[in-house]
Design a binder for this molecule. Structure first.
Ligand SMILES: [Zn+2]
Length: 177
C-alpha cells in the first residue's frame, strides 16, 4: 500500500488516497464510488472494453465503460494517466503495470518500501506537486483537524481511565480490600 495523490486535470484539485501496488494488474483501476465521490470527471469510452482479471476471467462487473484521466503523484513524481473505473471493488485505487513500468521503482515487497530510483530522466524532471491548490490544502487541513480530534479523544480516554482507577482505589480503601 502506498499513499498517492490524485489530481483532477480540470481543476487541479487533489486528494490523497491509499493505493495498492499490483504487479499482476495489467491496468490501473479506480473504484467508481470513490471517483464519483471525489468529483473526478468520468470519460465515457467510445466502445466498452473487456478486461480480464489476473485469473484470466472477464471482469465480473462487466466491460469497462468509463475512465478517468488524472495526474498521479508519488514521492514528488507526477504522471498523467488514464485509470479504468470499476464498481464494487474493495480498493480505491490499484496501480498496475502501466504505472510500475513508467517509474520502474525498486520495491521491497517484504517491508513495503518503495524507492523511486530508476525513473527515466524525463520523469524526474516533471516532478513538483502543484502547491497551494485548494483541494490539497483543504485535505491537509482536514487531516490536521482529524489528528487533533484523535489526540483529544485519546487524552480524554486516558483521563477517564485514571479517574476510574482512582475510584477503584478509593472503594478498595473504604472496604479495606
Ligand atoms: Zn518517476
Amino acid at each position: 500500500m502506498v499513499k498517492i495523490g490524485l489530481e483532477r486535470i480540470d481543476t487541479q484539485e487533489g486528494v490523497m488516497v491509499e493505493a495498492l501496488l499490483d504487479s499482476r494488474a495489467t491496468r490501473l483501476v479506480i473504484s467508481s464510488e470513490f471517483a464519483k465521490k471525489q468529483g473526478f470527471k468520468l470519460k465515457k469510452l467510445e466502445r466498452p472494453m473487456n478486461v480480464r482479471n489476473v485469473d484470466g476471467l472477464l471482469n465480473k462487473e462487466g466491460p469497462i465503460e468509463y475512465i478517468v484521466e488524472v495526474n498521479i503523484y508519488y514521492q514528488g513524481h507526477r504522471k498523467r494517466m488514464e485509470i479504468d473505473v470499476i464498481g464494487g471493488q474493495k480498493w480505491m485505487v490499484i496501480l498496475g503495470i502501466p504505472w510500475l513500468a513508467c517509474h520502474n521503482p525498486e520495491i521491497d515487497w517484504k517491508t513495503g518500501k518503495v524507492k523511486m530510483t530508476r525513473c527515466l530522466e524525463e520523469c524526474s524532471k516533471q516532478w513538483r506537486p502543484v502547491q497551494g491548490k485548494l483541494g490539497w490544502e483543504k485535505q491537509k487541513e482536514e487531516e490536521a483537524k482529524e489528528e487533533a480530534r484523535r489526540r483529544r479523544e485519546e487524552k480524554e480516554k486516558k483521563k477517564q481511565k485514571k479517574e476510574k482507577t482512582m475510584e477503584v482505589k478509593k472503594v478498595a480503601k473504604e472496604w479495606k480490600i
